[in-house]
Write a protein that binds this ligand. Structure first.
Ligand code: MUC
Ligand code: MG
Length: 375
């Protein structure tokens, strides 16, 4: 009887476009407006929950665009779970996976909204459904991605002064490699004591990596993310073997089998966890287990989610037995509008997991209305 009162009665979607404080550049795209799909799930008991499906520059970082995400949720994913018991998390994830192949961002957002609603209806944080918390906060890095070293140094110094970030991820691949590496050297020299991660977003070939990796090692870069294309598995493995800096697998592995294949091929020793790759909170927790079982360290990746998507990631990250590299959920800080009431706190170089029921956030409906794309 109690379960019947948590039937899923509505799943609604809206596309939102949120301007960012500065242009964010990657090897194959750049954005000044972050677009995502916000999902609202309503249960028969009246509880509601929220989720966020992130994209980056249209269907470029991954194959999903906000327009496709909204259409696929409205047409296929929502109808597959309407009327179901919201607490049947695994059964609902299976129904969604059967209704939509891949579409990880879309399915992940709906699952987050269901977890949030279920948490509110029971007065429990979402992390309680995922095994409970082993951490309340974690180190959070900031990404430098304007491409202008002097601007990036100035930006990083402001973050350091505010005690918000002391580890920085420099995006590479949109300048010629020699220029990019000189930029990394300049930034590292200006930020002594800070850890520098580089994300190439598949922008290099093996030949480029052979030439420029030694210089990155000399500079003291601590981690290199996805330097080569996912298809160049053997080349990536050769480079990882000769690199004194660990490689992190990002775009190369979305699913559990892809993680296992990359670990077996030795393309990297750290795995970046993202809801847009796993397609749900449960599956992201399993992804972490697969990577860890294969001997990889874990890193909490993002796709510039705002507070709603960040809260969903934090619920999982809080419950992971290991998370050696903390996370990179700086998205709420690069967005000009917060769609929540500031429950996610950045303090002392850490991101603090919100503690309330569900995802621990509340929606600022005025902000949401302002940024919702008009039909
Ligand atoms: C990526 O590839 O990691 C996340 C943060 C960022 O700066 O870019 C994205 C995607
Ligand atoms: Mg990446």
């Amino acid at each position: 009887q109690a379960l019947l009162s948590r039937r899923i009665v509505a799943v609604e979607t809206a596309i939102v476009d949120v301007p960012t404080w500065r242009r964010h550049r990657l090897s194959n795209t750049e954005i000044s407006v972050q677009s995502c799909v916000i999902v609202r799930a309503v249960l028969s008991c009246g509880a509601e929950g929220w989720g966020e499906a992130a994209t980056l520059g249209g269907p470029r970082w991954a194959e999903e665009s906000v327009e496709a995400i909204k259409a696929n949720i409205d047409t296929y994913i929502a109808p597959a779970i309407l009327g179901a018991d919201a607490l049947s998390f695994e059964a609902n994830a299976l129904k969604m996976a059967r209704a939509a192949t891949r579409n990880a961002s879309a399915r992940g957002a709906v699952e987050a909204a269901l977890f949030d609603a279920a948490g509110h209806s029971l007065g429990l944080p979402v992390s309680a459904f995922l095994g409970g918390r082993v951490r309340e906060q974690m180190e959070v890095l900031w990404a430098l991605a304007s491409g202008d070293a002097e601007q990036e140094i100035e930006e990083a110094r402001r973050k350091l002064e505010a005690r918000e970030h002391r580890r920085f991820k420099i995006k590479l691949g949109f300048h010629p490699p020699a220029e990019d590496v000189a930029r990394v050297a300049r930034i590292a020299e200006a930020l002594p004591g800070c850890e520098i991660v580089c994300d190439v977003n598949q922008g290099w070939t093996e030949a480029t990596a052979i030439r420029f990796l030694p210089r990155l090692a000399e500079i003291g870069v601590v981690l290199i993310e996805q330097p080569l294309k996912p298809g160049h598995q053997a080349a990536t493995a050769r480079m990882a073997a000769r690199s004194p800096i660990p490689f992190m697998v990002d775009e190369a592995a979305f699913t559990g089998p892809e993680i296992a294949a990359n670990a077996t091929a030795a393309t990297g020793s750290v795995y970046s966890l993202k809801l847009v790759k796993s397609g749900g909170l449960l599956e992201m927790k399993r992804a972490a287990a697969i990577a860890a079982a294969m001997g990889m360290e874990l890193y909490g990746g993002c796709l510039l989610e705002g507070a709603i998507g960040t809260a969903a990631h934090l619920a999982v990250f809080a419950s992971l037995p290991t998370l050696e590299w903390g996370c990179e959920h700086f998205g709420p800080r690069i967005a000009k509008r917060d769609l929540t009431h500031g429950e996610i706190v950045f303090r002392d170089f850490q991101i603090h997991c919100p503690t309330g029921p569900g995802l621990g956030i509340s929606i600022d409906h005025d902000a949401l209305r302002d940024v919702t794309r008009k039909a």
